[in-house]
Design a protein around this ligand. Structure first.
Ligand code: PAF
Length: 282
């Protein structure tokens, strides 16, 4: 596996491959790799001639400086995991390499960008679009792989690709979970023993709400999920929105959409966990 730190070197590596008609699978990450990322790399490996994994902690998508400061950094371990997983390139640029000049682009992608994470983390998705659009262009990828834990991020990236007419296929992969149901996340290492014990109740409650929803209104289901999780002293729901899975707009009734997803963010102590569940998709 090659470790590439410079943008011009990445371009030199991919240009002849694209000329030869080889497919390139890109897995964008911010490092602190875990089984969720590796499932994306494995899928990219199966579907492409060449696999490029970017490991770049993108400062422009952090609206909270403390979150950036405390985000785990494990570059050496990441490179070893990627080598084992069969990546061809680990692209590990510095901030100066990715942003030789401040990126002033403003992405206007409409309502998918404004709700939920967009409301709670102003500027977050603009930063995601800045870095992801650069990575798409630099890697000349045929396909890019994203995990469904970040449900809204996928909708935003699809909207960006459509608006920019980027010739790339967006591939999404299921959430990878611990045995107790907690979604794998780089931030999980920051949980204390107490919040780690509580956190599986997030997905436990979402799963139980599938049954609850069969006999209750959307509003009752919403309120039950929030109250059940908030009953844990270690946790506090920031938002739980039951939305249309394509537009991400809030729904009032179950039959207002044929694709219904619940998206949740919960503070476990000072660690922000996100997760989601599909109620149905016709
Ligand atoms: O999902 C992430 O880890 C990041 O938002 C991404 C897509 C790598 C962009 O920095």
């Amino acid at each position: 596996m090659k470790i590439i730190e410079r943008v011009d070197k990445l371009r030199d590596f991919v240009a002849p491959l694209r000329k030869q008609g080889k497919s390139i699978g890109l897995v964008p990450t911010m490092g602190a790799l875990h089984a969720g990322h590796l499932s994306l790399v494995e899928r990219a490996r199966r579907e492409n001639d060449i696999v490029v994994v970017s490991v770049f902690l993108n400062p422009t998508q952090f609206n909270n400086p403390d979150d950036l400061k405390t985000y785990p950094r494990t570059a050496e371990a990441d490179a070893a995991l990627l080598e084992q997983a069969g990546a061809d390139v680990a692209f590990m640029p510095t901030v100066g390499e990715m942003y030789p000049e401040p990126d002033k682009r403003v992405f206007e992608l409409g309502p998918v960008m404004e709700v939920m994470e967009g409301k709670m983390r102003p500027g977050h998705f603009n930063g995601v679009c800045q870095v992801v659009s650069k990575l798409f262009e630099m890697s000349q990828a045929t396909r890019a792989y994203f995990g469904e834990k970040d449900f809204q991020q996928i909708a935003v990236i699809r909207a960006m690709v459509e608006q920019m007419q980027t010739p790339i296929e967006i591939v999404t992969c299921p959430v990878v979970r611990e045995d107790d149901g907690l979604a794998r996340s780089s931030r999980n290492v920051r949980l204390t023993p107490e919040t780690r014990r509580a956190a599986p109740a997030i997905f436990g409650t979402l799963k139980a709400s599938l049954e609850f929803a069969k006999h209750h209104t959307l509003r009752q289901t919403h309120d039950w999920v929030v109250a059940t999780i908030n009953a844990w002293p270690e946790m506090e729901v920031e938002y739980f929105d039951i939305v249309d899975g394509r537009t991400l707009q809030s729904l009032a009734n179950w039959d207002d959409s044929d694709y219904v997803v619940g998206c949740i963010t919960v503070y476990c102590g000072d660690v922000r966990e996100i997760d989601n569940i599909t109620y149905f998709r016709c």
